[in-house]
Design a protein around this ligand. Structure first.
Ligand SMILES: [Zn+2]
Length: 98
């Protein structure tokens, strides 16, 4: 009697959520392995360290005009077009001035 009950249990499909979990797990493992393979690919250096540093410096360099108007956090300070004062806490004055 107990054996037939076990046979029945075998035929019962697993709950749907457990199936989904298994599939997503397999998917994650696949992605992980693919990522690992990608990382292990040896890419020959296209330039020397000095050249790389120079390229970084070139990208980070700002025009002198922009730095003059930059605040401490590096953002450009928006200014009023009419009076030139910083826009923070400034009410638009285009109606007051010509
Ligand atoms: Zn103004």
């Amino acid at each position: 009697m107990s054996t037939s009950r076990d046979e029945l249990k075998k035929d019962v499909p697993a709950p749907l959520d457990s199936i989904l979990e298994k599939e997503s797990r397999e998917e994650a493992v696949k992605k992980h392995q693919a990522r690992k393979q990608k990382e292990t690919v040896i890419v020959p250096p296209t330039c020397t360290e000095v050249e790389l540093q120079e390229e970084i410096n070139r990208r980070h360099r700002r025009p002198a005009l922009a730095t003059a108007e930059c605040s401490a956090n590096g953002r450009r300070i928006p200014r009023c077009r009419n009076c030139g004062k910083p826009m923070s806490g400034h009410q638009p004055c285009r109606n007051n001035q010509p």
